[in-house]
Each structure stands twice: as structure tokens, then as C-alpha cells.
Ligand binder design. Structure first.
Ligand code: ATP
Ligand code: MG
Length: 440
């Protein structure tokens, strides 16, 4: 992308309304614009990152055997009356009446709807296990929407739902999602620690939250420092091997790791003082196993091998891609701006033409830009006539991980400078070497 033809409405001033660094940087980098409290337009740069995050989430869900669908944002109140949650959900639910006078709502989550989909089609244990997910906007009328997209009212969620014949199979499904979350966060370039969690209004007895450590996190976390160095399973991990998957979950859940909600001082005292980590964290994922809570009231049954109908055992598995954009910035930035992990950077490489209009600089920059783009890389070429200093500041602010600087003096000697965002060292090389560095 040529910056002169793109749309990155960078702000020079620090926005007053932003209390935390990710919100400030997302506004300054022209990623989002607030439309109402907790409701945002995603501008091109923000949307690019959001889509990259959602795609990694999608790939890892698919790898773990989940199947993508898309349910609507607007739901009928009648489904929620079946589970009893229409009344229970309270003021967080945005209720809508259509022209026929029917009660509708903007979905805050989809347990009821997915249970309805399931009961309409699946009648036999032979169709299990089944895990269906979607990546869809949710609305929760939060009391205090704040910190930008970190706690929005409208936000993107990946929510998966597993269906199994019995508790053991359901637990295995839960473990597969647990492992897929470990892989997902690793690929997103962040460390998210699974912590035992409360099941809350969703119900059930098995639940973990995944938290990214950051000073601005809303939760206080207490964990054994060993969890920071546990290995994340590789992409060829065998999801069909229940014992292997359960073993990985065991390794990740043996050490003490809880948020303030479930913190237990007695257990905490058993952790050696030198191993205790007390920090703040941001919840970016939450998984639940809730058994037959919805299937029993909504009549979702399958015929088992014994010829008898069984209420299906379920779990639900959420990740917030829109919150993740902010959470990753909280975990990865410096005084100059965002430092994107390579996997989700809006552009992998930025080219700074220090003297647009200079024939040699233009020619070299264009050539590098075209060759890298043709090689399938996502490249942002700053071809504007802004001052060089402003160009450097913008590339750093928006967090482009690799930068190639083309200047008039260097190009005379057939040289450009290559540097990584967040690192001081610059490498001088020829334009061809720079191209090779990223394409070979
Ligand atoms: P929180 O405790 O932060 O309010 P929650 O426990 O209500 O979140 P879940 O129902 O577990 O959230 O939703 C699954 C995921 O959706 C969360 O882990 C988070 O990543 C995301 N999420 C939930 N609420 C919001 C929100 N208001 N804004 C952005 N993302 C959210
Ligand atoms: Mg939660």
C-alpha cells in the first residue's frame, strides 16, 4: 500500500479521553473512532489488525476440529425465555422490539441459539463430537464501557460450542479448546496464562480464563512463576489423542494460577515465596464446561449407542479479538508507539522514502515496494512528501515491525538502511540485499 493512497488519520495530539496507553495509541495511530460510548468504527489500520487476529483464531479453531458457522447478531427473546436467561441477564442485554411488536435482542452470547441449531439437526451420538463456532459482533450494555475497545459495548467475539454424549467426552472437548487457546495466543505473539475461573451465570464446574499480564489489567493475578516458561504445543499436536491433550492441560493447570475472584490465601501460602508472581492481567479468553445446563431445559438430546436419549453435554469457549487488539498493545509498546508482533502487524514492512520527488529515491523505493509486494508481503510505502522525521515517527507510532529507509545519500552508494521496530541497531545493505532479506 502506498501511504499517499491510503487512509491513516494519525492524531498529533494526545487524546484527552484515553486513560490507558493502548486506547491512546489506537486513537493516535488512526485505528479506531468512537461513535458512541463503547461503540467504535474500525478504521483501515485497526481493521487490518483485527482481521489478522481473527484469522489466527480461526485457523487454530479449525485445527482443533471446530467448524465455523455464522449466527445472526439479532436474536429472538423467545429462545432466551426457554433457558430463563431473558430475565436473568438484566440490563446488560440490549432489548429491541420489531415492528410486529416481537421482543428481540442484540446477542450478548449464543448458548441458546446454538442449542436450538443443534437440537434441530443432530439426533444421534454418531454425529458427535461436534464443535461449532462463529466470529461475530456481540453487544453488552456494560455499566462502565472504558479503555476503548478493551471494554466496549459492541465487541467482536469468537465463541465456540461443543456437544458430546457424556461428561468424559465433553471434558476431552474442553481440553482440546484449552490447547488450541495456548496455540492461538502463542501465534498472536503474547503470553496468556490460563487461570482457574468462576463459571458465573453460564453455570457448570470447569472453567478457565486466559489472561495477558499488563499493569493496566482489571484483574489481579496470583500465579506460580513456572507457568511463564511452560512449552506451548507445536502445530502438529495430535488433537485426536485424548491422553496427550489431557496431559498438556494437566501441565498447564498444576501450578497455582488464579485471579482475585478465586484467590485462596491458604493455597497461595504453599507456593514458595521466590516463585510467587503477583501482577495484573487482562482477560482475553474464557472457556466453560457446563454439562447439560442448556440441553436439559431446551430439549437437546441425542440417541446413544444404548438406544436411549441422552441430554447432550456442552461447553462454550470465548475469545475477544477486538479486546485482544488493545491487550496486545498494552503488552507490547514503547514511548514511540506500538510494537506489533510480526504475525498480526497491519503491515510487515514499512518503506520510508526520505526524499519523495528525488528521482533516485523514488525509483529505488518503488522497486523495493513492488518486489516485496509481489512476493506476497504486506508492505506500507511512505511515498508522501512529509518530512523524514515525521515519517519515522509515524512508522514507529503505528508499530510496523520492519522498516527500510531509503535516503538520497545512501542511494548514491546503492545503500538502504534496515531496522526492526523497538531495536536501535540499523543494518546498511543494498536494495537487493534488503529485498532478499525478506523474500528468501
Ligand atoms: P469481563 O469479565 O472482562 O467482563 P466476561 O467474563 O463477561 O468479560 P465472557 O463472557 O467470558 O466475558 O466473554 C468471552 C470473551 O469476550 C472475554 O474473554 C473477552 O475477551 C471478550 N469480552 C467480553 N466482554 C467484552 C467487552 N465488553 N469488550 C470487549 N471484549 C469483551
Ligand atoms: Mg469471562
Amino acid at each position: 500500500m502506498r501511504l499517499s493512497r491510503y487512509f491513516i488519520p494519525v492524531l498529533k495530539e494526545n487524546p484527552k479521553e484515553a486513560e490507558i496507553v493502548s486506547h491512546r495509541l489506537m486513537l493516535r495511530a488512526g485505528m479506531i473512532r468512537q461513535q458512541s460510548a463503547g461503540i467504535y468504527t474500525w478504521l483501515p489500520l485497526g481493521l487490518k489488525v483485527l482481521n489478522k487476529i481473527a484469522n489466527i483464531v480461526r485457523e487454530e479453531q479449525n485445527r482443533a476440529g471446530a467448524i465455523e458457522i455464522l449466527m445472526p447478531t439479532i436474536q429472538s427473546a423467545d429462545l432466551w425465555r426457554e433457558s430463563g436467561r431473558y430475565d436473568d441477564y438484566g440490563k446488560e442485554m440490549l432489548r429491541i422490539e420489531d415492528r410486529q411488536g416481537r421482543d428481540m435482542l442484540f446477542g450478548p452470547t449464543n448458548e441458546e441459539m446454538i442449542t436450538d441449531v443443534f437440537r434441530s439437526y443432530v439426533k444421534s451420538y454418531k454425529d458427535l463430537p461436534l464443535n461449532l463456532y462463529h466470529i461475530q459482533w456481540k453487544f453488552r450494555d456494560e455499566v462502565r464501557p472504558r479503555f476503548g475497545v478493551m471494554r466496549g459495548r459492541e465487541f467482536l467475539m469468537k465463541d465456540a460450542y461443543s456437544f458430546d454424549l457424556d461428561e468424559d467426552a465433553s471434558r476431552a472437548a474442553y481440553y482440546r479448546m484449552f490447547v488450541s487457546y495456548l496455540r492461538t495466543f502463542e501465534r498472536l505473539g503474547v503470553k496468556a496464562i490460563p487461570m482457574r475461573a468462576d463459571t458465573g451465570p453460564i453455570g457448570g464446574d470447569l472453567s478457565h480464563e486466559f489472561l495477558i499480564l499488563a499493569d493496566t489489567g482489571e484483574s489481579e493475578v496470583f500465579c506460580h512463576s513456572d507457568v511463564m516458561s511452560l512449552p506451548v504445543p507445536a502445530e502438529n499436536v495430535d488433537y485426536d489423542d485424548d491422553d496427550l491433550i489431557a496431559g498438556i492441560v494437566k501441565d498447564w493447570t498444576t501450578n497455582y494460577a488464579r485471579t482475585d475472584e478465586l484467590h485462596d490465601e491458604t493455597l497461595w501460602d504453599e507456593v514458595a515465596e521466590g516463585d510467587r508472581m503477583n501482577a495484573r492481567g487482562i482477560e482475553v479468553g474464557h472457556i466453560f464446561n457446563f454439562g447439560t445446563k442448556y440441553s436439559s431445559v431446551m430439549g437437546a438430546k441425542v440417541k446413544g449407542p444404548d438406544g436411549v436419549d441422552h441430554e447432550v453435554h456442552m461447553g462454550s469457549y470465548g475469545i475477544g479479538p477486538s479486546r485482544l487488539v488493545a491487550a496486545i498493545i498494552e503488552a507490547s509498546h514503547d514511548d514511540n508507539g506500538i510494537i506489533w508482533p510480526e504475525s498480526i502487524a497491519p503491515f510487515q514492512i514499512g518503506i520510508i522514502n526520505m526524499k519523495a520527488g528525488d528521482a533516485a529515491c523514488d525509483a529505488a523505493s518503488s522497486r523495493i515496494y513492488e518486489q516485496l509486494t509481489n512476493a506476497g508481503l504486506d508492505v506500507l510505502y511512505d511515498d508522501t512528501d512529509n518530512r523524514a522525521g515525521a515519517k519515522f515517527a509515524t512508522m514507529d507510532l503505528i508499530g510496523i515491525p520492519n522498516q527500510i529507509v531509503v535516503g538520497p545519500r545512501g542511494i548514491e552508494k546503492n545503500e538502504v538502511e534496515v531496522k526492526r521496530r523497538g531495536e536501535a541497531e540499523k543494518f546498511t545493505m543494498s536494495p537487493d540485499e534488503a529485498i532478499n532479506k525478506f523474500t528468501s
